[in-house]
Ligand binder design. Sequence first.
Ligand SMILES: [Zn+2]
Ligand SMILES: [Zn+2]
Length: 356
Amino acid sequence: MLPRAKTIYENCSVLDVSGNLLFRAGRKKLDWYLSRDLAREIDETTIQLTFQNKGDGRSKEPFYLQEMRNACVVCNSIDSLTMHHVVPYQYRQYMPEDIKSHSSFDLLPVCIGCHDKYEQHANALKKHLAQCFDAPFAGIGWIDRPDVGKAGKAAAALLSKNPRIPKARLRDLCSVVERVALDRTALFSDQTQRWVETCQDTAQISANETLLHELCAMEVRVAGPDFRSHGEMVIGALMRSQKLPHTCNACKELVDGGISALVVCWRRHFVEHARPAHLPDHWKHWYRSELIPIYGICVGALGVCGFFASRALKSPEVVWDKHNNPYPWLHVKQNENVKLMDPNNRFEKQWSRDRL
Ligand SMILES: [Zn+2]
Ligand SMILES: [Zn+2]
């Protein structure tokens, strides 16, 4: 993967007729509006629309309004940046339009070094999905063309013009090339097809270097009419809520959650394995749902501790102000309860500390 030659985020602003920020865009988009007289230029990086826009744009979504930093979200480097698809394109391209339209949320600047490190983890997850969803990484529906492969090798040998190839072998190589050129003419370029169709002498076929080069470049394996890629199969299984007998429990949860669960799964995977310390603001952290009860218990326990600590400090036995209130327990009246509860209703009122 090569780094981006130009700045990733130009952070230009598009304002509505009232001067509110609608969305951020690149300079090219600003020029698009200006060239059509749809906006007026306020400064080099800001334009204001001259028409009342429909809807609110991104003005209700703070993530899209902020200035984005042109730095790696993992290590903060500003060199060799590339755009990382948090949800790999091989899955996203088959997702419904409403999810795809938010794709810029899952595009983050990452430097080449951090990107390569994370890709090893991403490949492990892809392989796991391939197993659980019976979706081979290479896809299914490939068609093998052994004759094309053989003819390609023969063409390469003929192009090498090696004088040590025996004459009988040369004749064999020529006949292999001629057979494919005549039987599979449609595989060649239009120009070569026309040449083969008008060729009077088949012996000339194996002497045509353009044809030989085209043969060398032909793929032995091609996607057939029923070809389905790995990503297409995984997304298809999620859309059909299809669980297979060997699908692991985590992937069964993905099936229950559908496409959005896969998006969350990839975001969480990126946060856990790339450990990005410089994520843009409002980029949600995707906590594990199974940890929510633990967070709940911890928050509850801390709350109870706080309550009892504050109660103990406010009890009538604690002296806070030695000069003005040296004996706070003397202010407790006969009918006042100082305990937490009064199950026998012996007291009329609950005591509360009214001074330090
Ligand atoms: Zn980095
Ligand atoms: Zn699984």
